[in-house]
Every structure is written in structure tokens, then in C-alpha cells.
Design a protein around this ligand. Structure first.
Ligand SMILES: Nc1ncnc2c1ncn2[C@@H]1O[C@H](COP(=O)(O)OP(=O)(O)OP(=O)(O)O)[C@@H](O)[C@H]1O
Length: 300
């Protein structure tokens, strides 16, 4: 059974339809990507999943059950806008939040110390949030979201403001939580993070679902339009091959745009007869390209 299931969920703000009939399923131990342009309805969807606002239509089910107050203990949320109080000590507010979610004071304390050690910052226990850098505040927000061991975790731009080392640290942590069975709704504008972490996604655009499913399957539905070619020396005449619409010379080799897949074979034959090939690849579209195309198309 799915840990989380949305069925035709609608949310209106007065005349404005913020979410127009979204349906999706998140399995236990899955990281699910919720993507969309600005104002598409992601935050509204996440807030409904967390029970902070209620759908006007449709159903949200958690392990097959509808929302209840006890369920709130099983949820964790890292909001995009940082939610911690600047003037309060890390330990005071994170333990308080964990206790609100049903943890005993001593378990909350243990869990907080575990996470501070995990992030290599045990001394933050006694620091106020405002004393920390932006990235470290983000890490404390992450700890606040996971300290009570939630079963459903909602992460909105979880890696914003982090340096590349900390992004890797948090990515590893998110993967570990997934492997321990946490179901994660993951929202971001950084498509490369989605490619690395998620199998299934929904792309929203102006309150509607425009793309949904397994990323690998979605990619199969888009034509392969790019060939990457690296050869020992230069190759002339690539732009004259039928089906090649553009040739970009790179530092090492070429990136060619093709209008039909047959052109890839012709490029390979042409390059082989001209020079020694180091690398040849027919590239599938990136999620970034798919996103731009899907969201761009619906705006036309
Ligand atoms: N409290 C509210 N009252 C009225 N309209 C709202 C409210 N909250 C959101 N909206 C509208 O609903 C739509 C969806 O907003 P939402 O915040 O869910 O988008 P989002 O996908 O999270 O965007 P972003 O990527 O910019 O954070 C927007 O048009 C927004 O203006």
C-alpha cells in the first residue's frame, strides 16, 4: 500500500484554483519529486499533505487512512522559508518541536545530539539560530524536520544555501532516511538533484499536472536530439550531414543537434571515416530540458 496517496485533490483560494485535481502515489521508502514553475501549486500541495490546510475536493490517504491529529506526529516538514526562531537556542526549539510531535524530552535530546554529531556540529546545541550561517541554519531546519523520526517527510528546497560538500552530506542523509523506510516528498527547482534522488515525479504548471511518472519512462517519450562526439583530431563536414541541424564545437569534440535518430548513425559513419573516435553518445534529454519543454509548451 502507498504511504501517501493523493486522489484528484483540488484547492481554491477564493476564485483562484491553486491546485487543480492532483493525483499521485508515494511508496514507503521512496523519494518522490514534486516539481513546477513558480506559483504552480507545490507549496499548496505540500501544505495539504501535512494537514496544515484542507483540500476543497479529493482525498489524501496515509497508509490508506485519512488525516488525523495523531498522524501529524508521523510527519516532518522542512519549509522553503526557514521556520526556526532566530533568537532561540537550537536545543530549546528543536527539542520543543520534537516534543510537540510526541517524543519524550530525553529521546528528543538524544536524537538532537545524534543529528548534531552526524553533521559534525555538536557545539551548535547551545547556539542561537541567528549566530549560525545561512547554510548551517538550513541544516538545523533539516534536523528539526527529522528529529522525531517521521514516516512522511516533506522537503521544500532542502539544499538551498548549502555549499557543495554540505549538499552531498544532506543528499546522503536523505538517501539513508529513504533506505530506512521514510517516504519523502521532495520539491526543488534544481533538476539535477531530482535526477539523482527521485524515481517518480510530478511536474505541475499553473495548478495542473503536465508530466507525471517514472523519470526513465518519461525520458523515453522524448526524442533524443543530441549527439556528443569526441575524436582525436578535427572532423570537417559534420554540418552537411542530413538530419544535423546544428554543430557546436566544444573544447574537446562536438555537440550536434539532430532532427531524426537516423542522423546519429550517419554522424558515426562520417566521423569514423574521418578520424579516430574517443567518445560517441546519443544523449537522452535531461530533466531540465523536459521541464522547460513541458512548462514552456503549456505557456504557449
Ligand atoms: N494563501 C493564499 N491566498 C491566495 N492565493 C494563494 C495563497 N497561497 C498560494 N496562493 C496562490 O496559489 C498559487 C500556487 O501557489 P504555491 O505557493 O502553491 O506555488 P509554488 O508552486 O509553491 O510556487 P513557488 O515555486 O514560487 O514557491 C499561486 O498562484 C499563489 O499565488
Amino acid at each position: 500500500m502507498e504511504a501517501l496517496k493523493l486522489e484528484q485533490v483540488v484547492k481554491q483560494y477564493g476564485e483562484k484554483t491553486a491546485v487543480n485535481g492532483i493525483s499521485l502515489k508515494v511508496e514507503q521508502g521512496e523519494i518522490y519529486g514534486l516539481l513546477g514553475a513558480n506559483g504552480a501549486g507545490k507549496t499548496t500541495t505540500m501544505r495539504m499533505v501535512l494537514g496544515l490546510i484542507y483540500p476543497d475536493e479529493g482525498k489524501i490517504l496515509y497508509n490508506g487512512k485519512t488525516f488525523s491529529d495523531e498522524l501529524q506526529h508521523l510527519m516532518g516538514y522542512l519549509p522553503e522559508e526557514r521556520g526556526l526562531y532566530p533568537k532561540v537556542k537550537v536545543s530549546d526549539q528543536i527539542i520543543y518541536l520534537a516534543r510537540l510531535r510526541g517524543m519524550s524530552a530525553s529521546d528528543a535530546d538524544k536524537s538532537l545530539r545524534f543529528w548534531l554529531d552526524r553533521f559534525d556540529v555538536p557545539d551548535y546545541y547551545n547556539k542561537k539560530i541567528e549566530e549560525l550561517s545561512k547554510g548551517n541554519q538550513q541544516k538545523m531546519g533539516f534536523i528539526a524536520a527529522v528529529v522525531h523520526k517521521p514516516q512522511i517527510l516533506v522537503l521544500d528546497e532542502a539544499f538551498s544555501g548549502l555549499d557543495p560538500v554540505n549538499v552531498e552530506l544532506l543528499k546522503d542523509t536523505v538517501r539513508e532516511l529513504r533506505d530506512q523506510g521514510t517516504s519523502i516528498l521532495f520539491s526543488t527547482h534544481r533538476m539535477e538533484h531530482v535526477e539523482e534522488l527521485c524515481r517518480n515525479i510530478t511536474i505541475l504548471d499553473r495548478s495542473n499536472t503536465v508530466v507525471q511518472g517514472d523519470i526513465r519512462e518519461i525520458k523515453k517519450g522524448y526524442p533524443r536530439e543530441e549527439v556528443v562526439l569526441r575524436t582525436v583530431g578535427e572532423v570537417s563536414g559534420l554540418d552537411l550531414i542530413p538530419g544535423v541541424s546544428a554543430v557546436q564545437k566544444q573544447e574537446r569534440g562536438y555537440v550536434l543537434s539532430i532532427s531524426e535518430i537516423g542522423a546519429a548513425q550517419r554522424i558515426l559513419q562520417h566521423a569514423m571515416s574521418a578520424n579516430e573516435i574517443e567518445h560517441f553518445e546519443i544523449k537522452e534529454p535531461t530533466l531540465n530540458q523536459i521541464f522547460i519543454r513541458a512548462v514552456g509548451e503549456s505557456h504557449e
